[in-house]
Structure formats: structure tokens, C-alpha cells
Design a protein around this ligand. Structure first.
Ligand code: GRG
Length: 303
């Protein structure tokens, strides 16, 4: 019998967005008091841009899947979303993807200027650390758990993850990558932070090693699937639907799943990964309703 009470992806994302945006708004107001005028405005602008909050939703669903119950977990989700927001601000800069539109609004460097947007991006990284530390305190986690969450988050954001993947991505512009190299780029620039969101959800709930590993494995698969879906949307969506310039990958001559295998095979691969993600949870006995819904959303979304 169908479970009519099971929340849809729209419900899960709306909840994550409402809760996370409250934390981000509180920090925006705090930062406006700490940071000089124009930089404070740029920080608040970047934090207020309307993201889908997929990473927050994954983190909260991962936390609940292993028994977490505190609403304070939203602080951990906000920390991950702040790292993600910094990456978008920098990704759009002229020295990287050089884009004018993000989340349906002018990019931070277009709304302000390149030096201000660059500073705002860097400033967000220590803000994420502060938000994470506050959340760990509110969750009454021991210092070792905060340390482990910080290592997971900032390792995923660094050379072994997001920065490393982005670096390879930039170096590969105009070149054709082999599929295994493309997988490395995608797992780094996008997958690592998504995987970390799932791991942090498990760590925030003080889950045991088998459950942490299962959620990490789930995050690894949906992280890659997310970027494959992004490649497909870049090739098939409109700028209006995406809130960012469509067709940018082709303009920048980037290797993507679409350029390597075409739209149909790329969609099939994303769906295969989403199924594999669910299998990791099933094998570890982690109840996976919301996470299965989110994996399905990640590979069928239209924005
Ligand atoms: C110094 C080389 C170097 C890098 C700095 C800029 C950067 C770090 C990394 C870029 C990482 C990046 C932007 C990867 C793309 C990830 C991606 C698919 C973003 C879109 O995510 P959504 O759709 O966006 O969840 P919203 O707006 O909904 O949050």
C-alpha cells in the first residue's frame, strides 16, 4: 500500500529551505554588524540568494535516517550550504566560469564588483566554521564529534574535493577528457560536498561506523549523479528554468557527461547511480524513505 504520509521531494526541500534560510538570515544580520559596509552587503546578498538547499535536505534526511531528532541539526546544514554558496560566488568570477546570472539573480561580482565578490567568497569559509561550531554546541556534541565534522566538511571543500575538482575542471576547458578523468572532476567539484552533507548528517546523530559508512557511500553516488544531472540540464534547460546561463558548458568547451556519452546515456547513468545509492542504505539497514525520494529528485529535477 502506498505510504500517503511520506513527504515528497518538494516537501523535503521546502522544509530544508525554510529552516536553513532562517539560520542564514540570522548570520547575515550578524555579519552586517561585523563587516564593513559594502562587504557586509555582498555577504548578505550571497547568503540571501535562493538556492534549492539540496545539500541541507540531504543532511537533515541523513541525520533523521540514523535516529537524529534535534532541530538544531539545521545549523550543520547551514554550514554546508555556506561552503556551497562561497563556491558559487567564486565559480561565477571572470577567472573561473565568468557568469552573469546565478539563482535567477545577477552574480555577486555583477551586483557588486570582482574584488568585493572575491572577498565575500573567502569570508564565507570561516563563517561556515563558526556556524558549524555553534550547531555542534546546540546539539550538545562532544568536541571530538565537532572535530570530525569539521575535518569532513573542510576536506571535502579542499584540494581532495571541491577546489581540486574545480581546478581540474578549469584546466580541462577546451580538452576532451576520458570518462574516468571526468568522473574524478565531477566527484571532486560537486560530489565531495554532497557526500560530506550526508556524512555530516550521520556524524551529527553520533551514528555508528557502519551507518556513517553507508550514508557516505549513498552521498558518493548521489553526488556524482547530481553533477551528471547538472550536465544534462545545462544542455537541455533554459536559463530561466535554471536561474543561471544555460549552455555554458558547450560555450566553455567543457567535457561533460553529455559531450562524452550524450543526453540519453547520461540520464541513464544518473538513474543507475541513484539506485546504487539506495542499495547502500538497504544493505546497512538504514531506513531510506526521504533519502530515496531525494535521490530520485536529484536525477529527475528540472532546475
Ligand atoms: C580555487 C580552483 C579553485 C576553486 C575554488 C569555485 C570553487 C572553489 C569550486 C566550484 C565548485 C562548483 C561551483 C561546482 C558546481 C556544483 C554545482 C552543480 C552547483 C549547483 O548546485 P545547485 O544546483 O545550486 O544545488 P543551488 O543554487 O540550488 O544551491
Amino acid at each position: 500500500m502506498a505510504d500517503t504520509a511520506a513527504p515528497s521531494a518538494v516537501d523535503l526541500l521546502a522544509e530544508a529551505r525554510d529552516l536553513t534560510d532562517c539560520v542564514l538570515d540570522r548570520w547575515s544580520r550578524r555579519l552586517r554588524g561585523e563587516v564593513a559596509e559594502r562587504d557586509g552587503e555582498a555577504l548578505a546578498y550571497a547568503l540571501a540568494t535562493p538556492g534549492k538547499r539540496v545539500r541541507a535536505a540531504l543532511l537533515m534526511a541523513s541525520y533523521r535516517a540514523v535516529g537524529g531528532e534535534s532541530p538544531a541539526v539545521v545549523g550543520v546544514a547551514a554550514a554546508v550550504e555556506i561552503v556551497h554558496t562561497y563556491s558559487l560566488v567564486h565559480d561565477d568570477l571572470p577567472c573561473m566560469d565568468d557568469d552573469d546570472l546565478r539563482r535567477g539573480r545577477p552574480t555577486t561580482h555583477r551586483r557588486f564588483d570582482v574584488p568585493t565578490a572575491t572577498r565575500a567568497g573567502y569570508l564565507l569559509v570561516p563563517v561556515a566554521a563558526r556556524v558549524l561550531a555553534d550547531a555542534a554546541e546546540a546539539l550538545e556534541l562532544p568536541p571530538a564529534a565537532l572535530g570530525r565534522m569539521a575535518v569532513e566538511l573542510f576536506r571535502a571543500g579542499g584540494i581532495q574535493g571541491m577546489v581540486g575538482g574545480q581546478w581540474l575542471d578549469l584546466e580541462a576547458e577546451g580538452r576532451t577528457l576520458a570518462l574516468e578523468d571526468l568522473i574524478g572532476v565531477h566527484r571532486g567539484k560537486t560530489g565531495a560536498l554532497i557526500r560530506a552533507a550526508c556524512t555530516l548528517g550521520a556524524l551529527a546523530a553520533e551514528a555508528g561506523p557502519a551507518h556513517v559508512a553507508a550514508l557516505t557511500a549513498y552521498g558518493e553516488e548521489v553526488g556524482l549523479a547530481f553533477q551528471i544531472a547538472d550536465d544534462v540540464l545545462d544542455a537541455t534547460g533554459t536559463s530561466e528554468e535554471l536561474g543561471k546561463t544555460a549552455g555554458r558548458d558547450a560555450q566553455l568547451a567543457k567535457s561533460t557527461y553529455v559531450s562524452v556519452m550524450g543526453v540519453v546515456a547520461a540520464r541513464e547513468e544518473a538513474e543507475r547511480l541513484a539506485k546504487r545509492a539506495g542499495a547502500h542504505l538497504d544493505a546497512a539497514g538504514v531506513p531510506s524513505g526521504a533519502l530515496a525520494t531525494l535521490a530520485g529528485y536529484i536525477v529527475t529535477r528540472n532546475s
